[in-house]
Ligand binder design. Structure first.
Ligand code: LLP
Length: 439
């Protein structure tokens, strides 16, 4: 992912220059920094709505459900916004189930993925009655069945709806850490095992097969891989139906990409991704005259595509220092607010809030204050002259930014602010020192 010397900044629909300063929708970033402090995650409600519409449109004509992979950013304000647009969620932990439910996401629109769901988490999923628990191992199925059997005498006779997540062994040709559908990774079930588990579900009076699912990875650029994975998932879905099971949900995962600015080639449009999914469905024999049968609910689990480009991290320069032959721009945001550059060498465009079109004067190490050499937001990045007190905006941080933040070095969590036109509302208050240690 890392191409540190690039200067490319993807165009934005919600961060725009006005009077020489950057604005987020109708709010100046300077006023947000003054009112709410820095570092602060700024989220655009309009950008989330727009992304949802674009994704939803890509699947027009197919009965479908968009289950937001809330691990990308589980802020309840974002969940409420998306649920209001008709989205469900893909949850991966008890905490995510709790918050999805609390934010008002209907249980019929909640699915749960994950290789290591604990007994308590599974019990919560059963209690809430979510749409599908996507099973990833025989051992997990055994636990779910035992939990389901244990509740049967208490008068609950409805079978528990489960899904089978297959590992289609398709290489998405993306960063190895975010490739999840290849044999040899921990995710999903190889087909033989999935078939055996389907037979177990068919024989169980406590379980019913609701979904067949797969997810091959993130930042999918290779549409051939997606089509192949949809085809294999669709074929397994059809196989299950042929065995007398009646799954309704055909969940083909997430991974829809966003542009961060360092791409050599543009990612395919969402319309083309929708077509790649249609191709996979057609190859699996599930489309008749371009239509999916009414009793099949195509489900997708995008995370990044819904929120990634809908937030930015606003940070203030604390010091500028020259050391060796390098210019270090030390900011008040760090790997604690955005770990993607340190963890994956990920590229995020970074621009000054004041006069953002000023030309770079040279290369900068844009770093945070955390005591790790690996604490950087960008390495060797062309950047204009900036001084202590200036504001920088780090773009494309909506997915896996705030969500992967930590309190390392006893740094309280940054605030999150949602903008809606000219209004900025705090959707997560800044952490306090007292929040760092409880009990
Ligand atoms: N469904 C499942 C089962 C997943 O595991 C994931 C992501 C998604 C959906 C959503 O993927 P998306 O549409 O956001 O690409 N921390 C990494 C990304 C890890 C993704 C993990 N699984 C990053 O910062 O790039």
């Amino acid at each position: 992912m890392d191409r540190g010397s690039r200067t490319d900044v993807p165009s934005s629909t919600w961060i725009t220059e006005r009077d020489g300063h950057l604005h987020a929708e109708g709010c100046s970033l300077e006023s947000i920094a003054s009112a709410h402090g820095t570092p602060v995650h700024v989220v655009s409600s309009a950008a989330i709505r727009r992304a949802f519409r674009e994704i939803d449109d890509a699947l027009a004509g197919l009965p479908h459900l968009v289950c937001y992979a809330m691990k990308a950013n589980g802020n309840p304000a974002i969940l409420r916004l998306l649920a209001g647009l008709g989205a469900g969620v893909d949850a991966v932990s008890g905490g995510e189930l709790h918050w999805a439910h609390r934010a008002g996401v209907p249980v019929e629109r909640i699915v749960m993925s994950g290789v290591g769901k604990t007994d308590d988490e599974l019990a919560l999923a059963l209690r809430l009655g979510i749409r599908s628990i996507h099973v990833e191992s025989a051992s997990e199925l055994t636990v779910i069945e035992a939990l389901a059997a244990a509740r049967a005498p208490r008068g609950s006779t409805e079978p528990i709806r489960v899904g089978l997540r297959i590992n289609p062994n398709v290489d998405p040709k993306t960063h190895p850490y975010i490739a999840t559908g290849i044999h040899g990774t921990k995710f999903g079930l190889e087909l033989d095992e999935a078939r055996a588990l389907a037979e177990r579900i068919a024989a169980s009076q406590h379980l019913t097969l609701e979904a067949v699912t797969s997810h091959i990875g993130s930042q999918l650029g290779d549409l051939g891989a997606l089509t192949e994975s949809v085809e294999l998932t669709g074929r397994f879905f059809a196989w299950c139906r042929g065995r007398g099971l009646s799954p309704r949900m055909l969940d083909v995962g997430g991974g829809w990409p966003i542009a961060y600015g360092d791409e050599d080639e543009a990612y395919p449009s969402y319309a083309r991704i929708g077509d790649a999914i249609r191709d996979g469905l057609a190859r699996a024999g599930l489309l008749v005259e371009g239509r999916l049968a009414d009793d099949v609910l195509l489900t997708i689990e995008p995370g990044r595509a819904l929120v990634g480009d809908a937030a930015a991290l606003l940070t203030r320069v604390v010091h500028v220092k020259h050391q060796g032959d390098k210019r270090f721009v030390v900011c008040d945001a760090a790997m604690t607010e955005l770990i993607r550059p340190s963890l994956y060498g990920a590229y995020h465009a970074i621009v000054p809030v004041r006069a953002p079109s000023r030309l770079p004067v040279g290369s900068a190490e844009i770093v945070g204050p955390v005591c790790e050499t690996g604490d950087f937001l960008a390495e060797g990045r062309p950047l204009a002259e900036v001084a202590r007190g200036d504001l920088l905006v780090v773009r494309g941080t909506g997915a896996y930014g705030a969500a992967m933040s930590s309190e390392y070095n006893a740094r309280p969590r940054a605030a999150e602010v949602m903008v809606e036109g000219a209004t900025a509302t705090v959707i997560r208050r800044r952490g306090r020192y007292e929040d760092l240690h409880h009990g």
